[in-house]
Design a protein around this ligand. Structure first.
Ligand code: TXA
Ligand code: MG
Length: 346
């Protein structure tokens, strides 16, 4: 298949291109779109055949459900059974990086939900994604636009690397703002939330509109043997770079001493704060932003994990163990999984 790549920054200036992209989706084709979190591999969420094409293009197991994307939070009514808490959350955080799991209506095929009776719904804030969904008139089912098991793509180059020749169109909308996937919550019968995946909408932000949030152990720890995951995606290994990633738990001084010794006898990559970059002379140094700039750490993570894969000589990748505060919980969740839970206490 020949993949068309088009650049769109301002949807108002590219209406014809977006209408063309919408036609592809409506007629069952696949279009990759930029969102504020990561790029999404989009297809018509009401078509069984589109869901199957998405799974095939990603190489994704078909029991791992897809998020459906709407352009107006009220559209959720058409595809799922909503409730007061949904609207409380929607008023506070939509459009934005929040996905809410609700009981699905029949119009959404089971192929989209991986056989579940629930559907995950998100209203993206990115102007290109939002305009594309509007033009489609149908929700867009979109997982992250990476080959299954690779880090989610945060720019069009990553998408082209993974999906060129496998989708009809890739819309290049530049770098994603957040760089980590959306927060996913489900709503329990007593009105509390369960956090299925931490993301751009933090625990503290959610607590401003609800009273109780359950954080499953699997957000921070690996699943126990035979433990059933609350979200099917949690059982799959994710974001793993080819060389092992090791998270360092210690003071900045401990980390510096350890890495200075390591870089002498092994070819290593170091994800470090900007302030530390000049300390290391023999390593591949990847600057993640200033020490207190957690947004930057989040935004650069997936790109750096991919970059490490381009350096087969690298034997190990080291990074600071992130804090779990605010957006840190999402970063911690992605990094601990990429590291297969390998933490070195210094
Ligand atoms: O930011 C995002 O959420 C991006 C952009 C493109 O919107 N999408 C994304 O999709 O990250 P994906 O497919 O890579 O991750 C969706 C996660 C999976 O782990 C899946 O198991 C979970 O959402 N999920 C989807 N539907 C679900 C449901 N009905 N119940 C529980 N978990 C669900
Ligand atoms: Mg994904």
């Amino acid at each position: 298949m020949k993949t068309e790549v088009i650049k769109i920054n301002d949807p108002k200036e590219c209406q014809n291109e977006l209408l063309h992209a919408a036609d592809i989706i409506k007629s069952g084709g696949l279009v990759v779109m930029p969102t504020e979190t990561v790029y999404g591999l989009g297809g018509n969420a009401c078509l069984d055949s589109s869901a199957k094409k998405i799974y095939a293009a990603k190489g994704r197991p078909s029991d791992n459900p897809l998020i459906i994307h709407i352009s107006d939070p009220h559209d959720a009514e058409k595809y799922a059974y909503t409730c007061d808490i949904y609207y409380k959350l929607a008023n506070a955080f939509m459009p934005g990086p929040l996905t809410i799991v609700l009981k699905k209506k029949d119009i959404i095929p089971y192929s989209v939900t991986g056989g579940l009776d629930t559907v995950a719904i998100r209203c993206p804030q990115h102007p290109v994604a939002n305009a594309l969904i509007k033009y489609c008139g149908v929700p867009i089912a979109a997982p992250s636009a990476n080959i299954s098991g690779k880090p989610s793509p945060t720019c069009a180059t990553h998408v082209i690397h993974d999906l060129d020749g496998k989708v009809d169109m890739i819309i290049d909308g530049g770098e994603c703002d957040i760089g980590l996937e959306s927060t996913i919550v489900s709503i329990n019968d007593d009105g509390s939330l369960t956090l299925l995946r931490p993301g751009g909408i933090t625990y503290d932000a959610l607590m401003c509109v609800c009273e109780k949030i359950i954080i499953p152990e699997s957000i921070e720890h690996s699943l126990k043997e035979n433990e059933r995951p609350l979200s099917p995606g949690m059982k799959y290994k994710h974001y793993a770079p080819s060389s092992p990633l090791i998270l360092l738990d210690g003071t900045n001084e401990d980390v510096e001493t350890f890495l200075k010794a390591e870089e002498k006898h092994e070819k290593i990559a170091i994800m470090c704060y900007d302030e530390e970059a000049s300390l290391y002379k023999n390593a591949l140094v990847l600057k993640i932003g200033a020490e207190n700039d957690i947004e930057s750490h989040a935004k650069t993570l997936f790109s750096y994990l991919r970059e490490c894969d381009d350096h087969p000589e690298i034997q190990k990748i080291y990074a600071h163990l992130p804090s779990k505060d605010g957006l840190g919980l999402a970063l911690y969740n992605r990094m601990i999984r990429a590291a297969a839970h390998t933490v070195k206490k210094l």
